[in-house]
Each structure stands twice: as C-alpha cells, then as structure tokens.
Design a protein around this ligand. Structure first.
Ligand code: PEP
Ligand code: MG
Length: 592
C-alpha cells in the first residue's frame, strides 16, 4: 500500500496481528489511567441505585481489606497488618462519601466517575504537600480508590466498551482476552492497541473473530481522539488517522483484490489437504468459542485440533459446573461428528485470568500458576471438566488434551485423575467413550526434551508453538518491545519441534501443531517437512494453508526442513521458507 504519506493524514505503525481493513470512527479507550473512569449520564430515577452501588462497592472493599489484613496478620504479624488500617479509615471517611454522593446527584452521573473525580481531587491536594507522612497517605488513597473502582465496574474499562452505540474502531492501551471476547461484533470494526503482539491471546482471538487488528502501536491511545476518522490496515499493521481520499481509494482497490483471493481460496474448501505428491495432511481448526462451530466446516477444516475451553470460564463470577460444560462440549462434538474435536483442558493463567479480585497479580504469570498446574491443585475444577468431556465423548469423536505439561510426573498425575473420573462415571452409570484418546500439548522445552518418555503415556502430541517459542527463547509472547526476538524459525525451536515429532513417531503416535505457526502459510511447509501429521489453525487461516498444501510437494517441504535443521541462521531459514511458499502459491503473497 502507499508508502507516500499524504498531507493531513497520520500513519501509526505497529504489529499486524489480524488481517483485513476497517474504516470508521475511532473510540479511544485511552491509556488506562487506573483512576480515570468514563462519565455517562444517569436518569434522575436511577440515581438512588447509583448511590447503592457505591455503598456496596465500599462494603465489598472493606471486606476484602479486612480479609487481606487477616491473612497478613497471620503470616507476618500485627505490625505489618496495621498498614491496612489507614486504608480502612479512608473507606470510612464520611466527608469523602458525602462529597461523592453530592456529585452523583448534582451532575446526574455514574458512581465510578464521581468517585474517581473526587478521589483524584484529594490525591492532587495530598501530592502538593511536601510531607513524607502525607505522601504515604496518597499511596494508600490511590490503592484504596483503585480497589473501590475495580469493585464498582467489575472489570476495569469494560464500561466504555459496553456502551458503544455505533460502528467504530476501538483504540486501547491494551485489551485483555476477556475484554476482547466481550467486544460487540456488530459494532466493533477492528481494534488497535499500544501493547500486544502476534501470539497474545488477544491477537489470536482477533483472528478467530476475523476482526482486523494492529497491536504494538506504543502510544496510539494517547495520540488519537474519539471521533476521529481512521483506516485500520491489519495486513500491514498500520492505522491511518484522517486518511485522504486518495488513500481511501487505494485501500478500496486492495479490498477488491482481497475479495478475489478469498473467492479463489474458497474453491479448495471441500478438497482434501493433500500435497501434489499425495501426502495427506490433517488440517483442523482452533476454536475459541461455540459461536465458531459453523466456521470449522465453512472454512474447510477437518474437525477441531484445539478447543480453548478457557473462554467458557472468563467474564463470569463463578466457573461453569460439570453440567454446563457437558452441554457445551456435547454441542461441539455432536455438531462436528464424525470429525474429531480435541478438547483442551483449562489453560487459565498467563494472560487469561479469572476475576478473583482478592488475589494479587503474579509477577511472572506465564511462568506461574497456569493451565495443568492450576488443575492439579484445584482438583474439583479439573474433575468437573474431565467428567464433562468424558460424558460428551459418547456423542462425537472427542479427544482430550492437557496443556503445559512439563514432565512425566504431571502427565501421570493428570492421567490418574482421568482414570478416577472414568471409574466414578462407570459407577454412576453415566456413559462415555472408554477408548477416548488422551494427548499432551508439547509447549515447554522440558517436555520436548522428554518427548519420548511422554509419548508412551499418550495417544498424540500437539505442539503449542506459541508457548514453545516464548519458553525456548525466554521472550514474553505479550511484550511488543521484544516482539522482534520472538522468532519461530530460531534453530533451537525447530530442533525441539523436530525432536518431538521424531519421538512421537518412534512410539507410534501422531504429532500435530496447533500454535500460530501452523496457520502461517510460510511456515506450514516447514512444519510438514519436519514431519507434522496435523496442522490446526484459526478457521479463517485454514483456506490459505490448504491452498498452499495442495500446490506443494512433500519432498520440497522435506528438503526445506533438512536445510533448516543444519542451518545456523533463523533469517536464512525464514528466507528459504518464504521462497518455497511464494514459488508454490504466489497468489497468497501478492503485495497487499
Ligand atoms: C500454544 O501455546 O501454541 C497454544 C496453541 O496454546 P495457547 O496459545 O492457548 O497458549
Ligand atoms: Mg500454549
């Protein structure tokens, strides 16, 4: 697209994470200054309810602080616990409360905005006084305000996002996967964030929702204004504010080209994923929500290679029980029967966290309490899910898969819980598929190194390259500052993938890839050359990968992999992969 920047328009460049072009008015959620809250009018008759909401949030905050204080007192003694007294006193300050209520009533506005405004006034007054004691009180005030606001709005800046009333492009400092899952698809045309990267779950979700998205825009949320007209280019990672007519015209041409390509790709939809020299590949879809079930077939995937069940648990106060989960798994299994559906057990943690408000944030969430680690500690949660999956297995071709396995102990423990659940279900007379296949994700380098041992305890592997890359290279998959170091063709990563697949085959099981590499036509050939039996990608990415596979010879892919395994430079590997992909499926890579 035009490199020429025309008078009046502003180009902001970031990371392209979800293809497509959107144009429309911007709604800027803004850098989430945590003490700023959107303001909206409240009708006179609803004002008493606002005051009640405020009072409830204060009570809730008091209870949380008392609970924390209790825990601290037990763990560290009463001296340390006293620091919460100051915060509790602030909560009980009648002057503050009176002022906020007066503000709500006189302005006819929402409680969170009024509370934030009044607290901010107090805070700026405190910060202007040069006194160490008062500075400390400002810290307390900020802390307690944040907590009250959190309790008032449920989850931070969702209020504004929930109030969109016309089609728009959302610009935010960051969006969590939970917030992204809540976006109103009828109104949100695309989104752009300061933070984020290619393999964050927010980016993955954008691709599933087929929403154009650009991340890593650094400070776009500060530089753009709500109401500005803009064009969002998810192919190239650009947001153009106030685009000129000439730019809009050029993008119109691009949209036409894209449409023509999509039509060509749809021709292979019902064809098998088979190479020119007859190697058959299983091409599956990654599913984030039940809404996507129809997409699996309509984009030509053969079942589900990864069902991320976490989204059933996000944006709600309590987790779904066994019955509710059973209904969900039953629905997807029955809808896609006889195609396989691989249901992954909970992978909460990392960037997908439950709203447990009294739990402190982890400093290294991706290295922390995540996935199978949570499940093996919270056995009731794990067992409810396993029982639901097992029960759903009678209506379809269901397979079960554990995320984040790091070694044999964990795998054995998880298998043991599955066996217990089977025994219980049998005793209760509840049917399930006794032959259900259980697999493990290989996404931690330790698991790849131990792949041969692990392979003897499961029926398949699915390689999670999103995490495998981040853990192998010690590159946070969310951090745009080091996105250039997140390198899927790094020789170390490729050797681990190769090792895993070899180990699987040596033990007579299959190995697929369900990380984002599998949906990238440039890297798909490399993965097939390394021996992957299955590729699983966001539904919208399946057609391009199938198009490529059907124009490729497996011998070419193997030559590429052989080259990669002896090459020292990831850039050279990527270059070779690009050359092969472009040579066999140039249509996919026409300059957009
Ligand atoms: C992966 O890590 O590659 C994967 C598929 O799992 P997730 O992206 O959900 O962590
Ligand atoms: Mg993963």
């Amino acid at each position: 697209m035009p490199e020429l920047v025309r008078a009046g328009e502003r180009w902001l460049r970031g990371i392209p994470v979800s293809a497509g072009v959107a144009r429309g008015k911007l709604v800027v959620v803004g850098r989430q200054h945590d003490l700023e809250m959107p303001r909206y009018p409240v009708p006179a008759e609803a004002l008493p309810a606002e005051t009640t909401r405020l009072e409830q949030a204060l009570t809730q905050t008091r209870e949380q602080l008392l609970a924390i204080q209790h825990r601290v007192r037990n763990a560290m003694g009463s001296g340390d616990a006293e620091i919460f007294d100051a915060q509790l006193l602030l909560l009980d300050d009648p002057v503050l409360l009176e002022e906020v209520i007066k503000f709500i009533r006189s302005e006819g506005i929402n409680a969170e905005h009024a509370f934030a405004e009044v607290s901010n006034r107090y805070l700026s007054a405190l910060s202007e006084i040069d006194d160490p004691y008062l500075r400390e009180r400002a810290v307390d005030m900020r802390d307690v305000t944040r907590r009250v606001l959190h309790n008032l709005v449920g989850h931070e800046d969702n209020t504004l996002l929930a109030q969109l009333h016309e089609p728009c492009i959302v610009v935010a400092h960051d969006l969590t996967p939970s917030q992204t899952a809540l976006l109103n698809r009828a109104l949100v045309l695309g989104f752009a964030t300061d933070q984020g990267s290619q393999t964050s779950h927010t980016a993955i979700l954008a691709r599933s929702l087929r929403l154009p998205a650009v991340t890593g825009l650094v400070d776009a949320s500060l530089r753009l204004r709500t109401g500005e007209y803009a064009l969002l280019d998810g192919f190239n990672g650009v947001l153009i504010a106030s685009p000129t007519d000439a730019t809009l015209f050029e993008y119109g041409q691009l949209a036409k080209k894209q449409l023509a390509l999509e039509e060509r790709l749809s021709e292979v939809r019902d064809q098998p994923a088979v190479t020119l020299d007859a190697a058959r590949v299983t091409l599956s879809a990654n599913l984030e929500s039940l809404d996507e079930i129809p997409d699996v077939r309509s984009f030509g995937a053969e079942g589900v290679g990864l069902f991320r069940t976490e989204y059933l648990f996000l944006n709600r106060e309590t987790p779904p029980d066994e019955e509710e989960q059973f209904q969900a798994y039953h629905r997807v299994a029955a809808a896609l029967h006889p195609q396989p559906v691989i249901i992954r057990t909970l992978d909460l943690g990392g960037d997908k966290v439950l709203q447990r408000r009294d739990e402190p944030a982890e400093s290294n969430p991706f290295l922390g309490w995540r996935a199978i680690r949570i499940c093996l500690q919270e056995l009731d949660l794990f067992r409810a899910q396993l029982r639901a999956i097992l029960r759903a297995s009678v209506v379809g071709n269901v397979k079960l898969m554990y995320p984040m396995i790091s070694g044999l102990d964990e795998l054995n423990q998880a298998n043991e819980v599955v066996e217990q659940c089977k025994i219980e279900l049998r005793a209760e007379g509840k049917p399930f598929d006794a032959q259900i296949e259980v697999g493990a994700m290989i996404e931690i380098p330790a698991a790849a190194m131990e792949a041969e041992t692990l392979a003897s305890r499961v029926k398949f592997f699915s390689i999670g390259t999103n995490d495998l890359v981040q853990y192998t290279l010690a590159v946070d998959r969310l951090n745009p500052k080091i996105a250039h170091l997140y390198d899927p063709t790094h020789p170390a990563v490729l050797h681990l993938i190769h090792r895993t697949i070899q180990a699987a085959h040596a033990r007579g099981i299959w190995a697929g890839v369900c990380g984002e590499m599998a949906g990238d036509p440039v890297l798909a050939a490399l993965l097939l050359g390394l021996g992957a039996d299955e590729l699983s990608a966001a539904p919208g990415r399946v057609p391009a990968v199938k198009f490529l596979i059907r124009r490729l010879k497996i011998s070419e892919a193997r030559n590429l992999a052989a080259f990669a395994l002896q090459c020292e430079s990831s850039a050279e590997i990527l270059q070779q992969a690009r050359e092969l992909a472009t040579a066999v499926a140039s249509d996919l890579f026409e300059k957009t």
